[in-house]
Design a protein around this ligand. Structure first.
Ligand SMILES: *[C@@H]1O[C@H](CO)[C@@H](O)[C@H](O)[C@H]1NC(C)=O
Ligand SMILES: *[C@@H]1O[C@H](CO)[C@@H](O)[C@H](O)[C@H]1NC(C)=O
Ligand SMILES: *[C@@H]1O[C@H](CO)[C@@H](O)[C@H](O)[C@H]1NC(C)=O
Ligand SMILES: *[C@@H]1O[C@H](CO)[C@@H](O)[C@H](O)[C@H]1NC(C)=O
Ligand SMILES: *[C@@H]1O[C@H](CO)[C@@H](O)[C@H](O)[C@H]1NC(C)=O
Length: 491
């Protein structure tokens, strides 16, 4: 009898130890340059999705600082295509804020805790996707030729393996999120997950919904968005808006005859020197990427980008999306180096991320392969031959929302790269009943933007004054709408 009880205890221990099996080898125990204590557990490492090719996707997982066993698990994806999701980790909503070292002879950025980290209310997985991006790599370079559909299938394969590695999170609510070109990754991946669940693929993923920020959705809606945005923001004259609308017959996504073309060229000339990612921000043009040093700028200019973050916002980001007159169309999406061959190089400052993620001690600590094995970490890679092959996202959004998945489509309203006017128009075009009529939403007792709620749990939301990468500009407001959405409460 005693033996039997002991045996039962033994079995129970055995079973529970196989359930509670977050891989200890993936745990991050120390980050050089950060001497505080971690507010929650951090894990990182590779998940092999094709043994034969040696195809490995890299993730960084931050447990919730609130209640990891109950809080949602959220997957975060940056866009490009070709940009690392560590962009979001370093500059947007990760657990740390990074600061350039004051002394020029130290290369490691200073690391502080981020009071507005999305890990305050959720478990969050930053995934470098597709393979070839960030720290993800394949031993067979043919894998770098990819597209929307293959990316979704691969990320789904990653999720299945990841939830096997972290089985204790299988029953948490699960959300997929991302921005910019991830406006394609998110709904296509969500559809793969739904399909997998329907076909009984194990483990079942407890998908509840998704979030897309300044996301690409549809060539026509996104292509039509700039002219009304430029007019509404006071960037072009009434006269030009009216004559362009007439010449182009109200449709700007493709050039409709020489008169229309002439008007669109004029629109483009008017807005060309603005910072495409946030029209309120200054933009510096330089020919040398390394010549730009934020510390050498007059302090009055730095004030323009001031927020509650320690780090001044990057004055110009690079590789998030595409220039104004090139909305995403079916077929090969050009890489930045291809585009830049005939474009002025915008000034950028991604040195904090580049310095941190290429430091050998940091790479070792976060279980990323060495530079000698997989090369330098780059914010956005031009390694990929990437094809936009999934078409418009509208049918995906329709299917997902009609199947009961909750969707938050949010826009920094000063982004000119994927302007809110496009997202506003396509969400409205679904024709769902308005259940929460256009109204301001509040953060810290101030209007933080506007929202319109639709039937089928579809919400459109703007963030006032934010650019393309919302939490980078408005970290407090971003954490507010994010937590309210996840909690299912009114934003
Ligand atoms: C950096 O320079 C300062 C003063 O020039 C020196 O005291 C310090 O030791 C240097 N630090 C490193 C890491 O080389
Ligand atoms: C890489 O993958 C392709 C497609 O599966 C295959 O044809 C090729 O032989 C592989 N190359 C190597 C070196 O394994
Ligand atoms: C202009 O657009 C309207 C619909 O918006 C369409 O009926 C009409 O044929 C178009 N005209 C031209 C010249 O394209
Ligand atoms: C949407 O759902 C319909 C009906 O189930 C299906 O035929 C169609 O392929 C789906 N479209 C997308 C883009 O998921
Ligand atoms: C919207 O989501 C809530 C959970 O937050 C759920 O109870 C409700 O059924 C959903 N509504 C629709 C129309 O799917």
């Amino acid at each position: 009898m005693v033996w039997f009880v002991k045996f039962l205890v033994f079995i129970t221990l055995l079973v529970s130890s196989t359930i509670e099996s977050a891989p200890e080898s993936a745990l991050i125990t120390k980050l050089p340059g950060f001497d505080g204590s971690f507010p929650s557990k951090h894990y990182s490492g590779y998940v092999t999705i094709d043994e034969k090719h040696g195809k490995n996707l890299w993730y960084y997982f931050v447990e919730s600082e609130k209640n990891p066993s109950k809080d949602p698990v959220v997957l975060w994806l940056n866009g490009g295509p070709g940009c690392s999701s560590m962009d979001g980790f370093v500059y947007e909503h990760g657990p740390f804020n990074f600061e350039l070292p004051k002394k020029k002879n130290t290369s490691l950025p200073l690391v502080h805790l981020n009071p507005y980290s999305w890990s305050k209310v959720s478990n969050i997985i930053y995934l470098d996707s597709p393979v070839g991006v960030g720290f993800s790599y394949s031993n067979n370079e043919s894998d770098y030729e990819t597209g929307d559909t293959k990316t979704a299938v691969d990320s789904h394969a990653f999720l299945l393996k990841w939830f096997e590695l972290f089985p204790e999170f299988q029953s948490n609510p699960f959300y997929i999120s991302g921005e910019s070109y991830a406006g394609v990754y998110v709904p296509t991946l969500a559809s793969e997950v739904v399909k997998g669940n329907k076909n009984g693929v194990k483990p079942a993923l407890n998908l509840k919904g998704y979030l897309v920020g300044n996301g690409v959705a549809d060539a026509i809606f996104d292509g039509n968005a700039l002219v009304p945005f430029a007019h509404g923001m006071g960037l072009i004259s009434n006269e030009l808006f009216e004559s362009a609308t007439k010449a182009c017959n109200g449709s700007f996504y493709e050039i409709n005859g020489p008169e229309c073309e002439a008007k669109l060229i004029k629109v483009n000339e008017d807005v060309d020197q603005l910072n495409i990612y946030n029209i309120l921000e200054p933009c510096y043009h330089g020919t040398s990427l390394s010549a730009f040093d934020i510390r050498s700028l007059p302090s009055s200019l730095l004030q323009l980008g001031k927020t509650e973050k320690r780090l001044a916002i990057r004055k110009r980001m690079f590789g998030r999306a595409w220039p104004i007159r090139a909305p995403v169309r079916p077929g090969i999406v050009p890489s930045w180096s291809q585009l830049l061959a005939n474009l002025r190089v915008p000034c950028i400052d991604d040195r904090v991320a580049t310095a941190w993620l290429n430091d050998p001690a940091i790479r070792k600590a976060i279980h990323a392969k060495e530079e000698s094995e997989i090369g330098k970490w780059e914010l956005c890679t031009d390694k990929l031959a990437f094809s936009h092959d999934a078409g418009s996202m509208i049918p995906f959004h329709r299917n997902l929302t009609l199947s009961g998945y909750r969707a938050l489509i949010y826009s920094g309203d000063h982004d000119m790269c994927v302007p809110f006017t496009g997202s506003q128009a396509w969400t409205e075009s679904l024709g769902y009943k308005v259940t929460d009529e256009w109204r301001p939403w509040m953060s810290n007792d101030q209007v933080a933007g506007f929202t319109q709620g639709y039937a089928n749990n579809l919400t459109f939301l703007t963030i006032k004054g934010a650019g393309h990468t919302v939490p980078e500009y408005k970290p407090r407001e971003a954490l507010n709408f994010y937590s309210r959405f996840l909690a299912g409460s009114k934003i």
